[in-house]
Design a protein around this ligand. Structure first.
Ligand code: V47
Length: 365
């Protein structure tokens, strides 16, 4: 295989991978430009195996979107709605609690909860969501509110980001999901989500959370109008931030779904680009412990293959996924843990059911 990698022009990357040296920006670009997906997969798999062995993680989780009302209305998003839209929705704290209660018989260890930037809901509503969930499911880990929502909540609370995070933590917040990062490039943000907070602010909030002991994830929305250089700039900014705080748990590349968005003329991402984003992320983000293949966006079949291209995590059962499905995702809205275990085993990996912080709940041998 080593000759194959040299023939693919990636010999110098192989040497760096073997000697655990950090890849440069231009090497990252070379990986993105390579059409040799097998060479990329082989290299990424070396790193993945070194970090995570044969393990592939999944979690028993439940997604809850408390509201799609949003003032940002990003061009790539089919979920957000103006408050006067017929399709706008907003759940009361009681309704969110009921969603949790409805699944109390299932071994859910994480609630993943995000929503739009709502123009009217007060700060107390968000504290109420966290307290309400903890009231009915005290042991559950709540991974909620992207850095974009945290910036908004800090404004509502009239406090600093760290003061706001403290209050949210007291109410039950366990960690932050990785959404809202999109592509950090100011050019891309100007063209696709001009009202959203800047990439720099997103990173500052993530780092503030880390310094307060809150772990977070990070994402990149790829496959629309971003250049390969802009992808690499995004990954570089994440790698630099992680060097400072070591608070990111996982990186999740998010494949753009164009349907029902203001960018619906664009095509869906290809399988090759999906695998490439997983592999390049694994190789470039040398300080990220986990790379997730999010089956909702790339499909369970490709997510399974991604376990041989650098990914070590398939996310989880998810239950009612809404954000990607409003943008035309054809995957199911939930997946059974048995299916996840089967997919992982068939890929030659050991399925490890984890909690949010990657503590092992059960190894499914
Ligand atoms: O923030 C919006 C993106 C994110 C579209 O942290 C779209 O473990 C594709 O962040 N096509 C929400 N993507 C999902 C997310 C996530 C999912 C799973 C796990 C984790 C984690 C995080 O989805 C949004 C936005 O970046 N998004 N519209 C679209 N049309």
């Amino acid at each position: 295989m080593e000759n194959y990698i040299y023939n693919a022009g990636l010999g110098s990357v192989l040497e760096k991978v073997v000697s655990k040296e950090r890849l440069s920006f231009s090497e990252g670009l070379q990986l993105y430009k390579s059409k040799d997906i097998l060479a990329l997969g082989y290299l990424a798999n070396l790193v993945k195996n070194r970090l995570n062995g044969d393990k592939a993680y999944f979690i028993y989780n439940q997604h809850i979107n408390y509201s799609n009302i949003c003032t940002n209305l990003c061009k790539f998003c089919a979920f957000g709605r103006d408050k006067d839209s017929d399709l706008a929705f907003e759940m009361s704290v009681e309704e969110v609690k009921k969603k949790v209660v409805d699944r109390l018989s299932e071994p859910i260890s994480e609630i993943h909860m995000v929503g739009g930037i709502h123009p009217e809901l007060p700060f107390d509503y968000y504290l109420g969501l966290l307290r309400g969930i903890k009231e009915v499911r005290p042991q559950v880990h709540i991974q909620a509110f992207t850095c974009v929502e945290i910036a908004h909540l800090a404004e509502l609370a009239g406090k600093s980001v760290s003061g706001t995070l403290e209050l949210l933590k007291e109410a039950g917040l366990g960690s932050l999901p990785g959404g809202g990062a999109e592509v950090f490039s100011p050019r891309i943000r100007q063209l696709t989500c001009e009202k959203k907070l800047s990439g720099q602010k997103w990173l500052e909030i993530a780092k503030t959370a880390h310094r307060q002991g809150l772990k977070t994830n990070a994402t990149m929305l790829y496959g629309h109008i971003e250049t390969l250089e802009e992808r690499l700039e995004h990954l570089t900014a994440l790698r630099d931030a992680q060097d400072e705080t070591h608070g990111f748990l996982a990186f999740i590349p998010l494949a753009f779904h164009p349907k029902n968005t203001a960018m619906s003329d664009l095509a869906r991402t290809t399988g090759l680009d999906d695998l490439k984003n997983i592999a390049v992320a694994r190789l470039f983000l040398d300080n990220f412990p986990h790379i997730k293949a999010y089956w909702v966006m790339i499909g369970p079949q490709l997510a399974q293959i991604a376990l041989s291209f650098g990914a070590d995590d398939m996310d989880g059962t998810v239950k009612e996924e809404v954000i990607t499905h409003m943008a035309g995702a054809e995957t199911a809205q939930a997946i059974g843990s048995r299916t996840l275990i089967h997919l992982i085993k068939e890929a030659g990996r050991i399925p490890v059911q984890r909690d949010t912080l990657y503590n092992v709940i059960e190894v499914h041998v």
